[in-house]
Write a protein that binds this ligand. Structure first.
Ligand SMILES: C[S@@+](CC[C@H](N)C(=O)[O-])C[C@H]1O[C@@H](n2cnc3c(N)ncnc32)[C@H](O)[C@@H]1O
Length: 237
């Protein structure tokens, strides 16, 4: 039976608030985004897929830097925000990354970026196999996800080794929302990547940039000591 994407309902409910705050929300604007963007190869003239695009902040950055962008997201409301933001700058489609991306042909992208979206997929082998199929040889995959050690610090009685569905209460977008996601240990992040034909090129455990401090001094201090996100760059070998 086809399984419903676990975070679809939550993101449909959150989409308007997310779109309204994402440009300046410290965890994204001053922490995750600068780190993930720092891993990108030259994008000018490249065909790029933004996988799990949300309201399209990355897609817009990519288009503004000369890339030819396709953006996908499972949430129709997020996709609507992305279309509104991007206009004719990028093609936006509603698609579930748990499923084959049949509308995208083999070898049709030079780069895939997926920021904070893979945490909602249980099976990374399947999505990495699809990413591998649609990338050209030597094409890049850059993605960010929750850092498993951060999870362990928050919950030391958890079973570190078990990939598990869990839920976090989010309040940072001005509305309270229960966000389901999959936690997985480091080996369950890296091995599916390597076994899908990717070569790991760079590992980044980012720390927030200085602007974060003015917005939230307490979290700034904490994120300078403890990991929150993990950002990786891999190449299709
Ligand atoms: C934390 S947001 C990140 C959005 C954007 N990449 C950014 O950094 O602003 C996660 C996004 O992943 C999308 N998403 C969740 N599950 C998905 C799935 N199964 N397929 C495609 N997109 C998914 C959500 O709808 C949401 O827009």
């Amino acid at each position: 039976m086809k399984q419903k994407p676990i975070a679809l309902e939550a993101y449909e409910a959150l989409a308007d608030a997310y779109a309204g705050r994402i440009d300046t929300k410290p965890h994204n604007a001053y922490y995750e985004r600068p780190a993930t963007l720092s891993l990108l190869p030259e994008v000018r003239g490249k065909r790029v897929l933004d996988a799990g695009c949300g309201p399209g902040v990355y897609a817009e950055w990519l288009a503004d830097h000369g890339a030819q962008v396709t953006a996908v997201d499972v949430s129709p409301r997020m996709a609507a925000h992305a279309r509104q933001r991007l206009g004719s700058k990028a093609e936006v489609r509603v698609a579930d990354l748990n499923r084959p991306l049949t509308f995208l042909s083999d070898g049709s992208f030079d780069l895939i970026i997926s920021a904070l979206a893979l945490d909602y997929l249980e099976d990374w082998r399947r999505v990495f196999a699809e990413f591998n199929r649609i990338l050209v040889k030597n094409g890049h995959l850059v993605f960010s996800a929750g850092h498993p050690f951060g999870e362990l610090i928050r919950n030391q009685s958890m079973n570190y080794f078990e990939t598990q569905r869990t839920v976090m209460e989010w309040t940072g977008f001005g509305t309270k929302i229960s966000m389901p996601y999959f936690y997985r240990p480091l080996q369950a992040m890296l091995n599916p990547l390597l076994e899908s034909g990717f070569v790991l090129e760079k590992v980044l455990e980012p720390q927030p940039i200085e602007q974060f401090k003015a917005a939230d001094a307490e979290d700034f201090e904490k994120l300078n000591r403890q990991p929150g996100f993990l950002c990786l760059r891999a190449m299709k070998g």
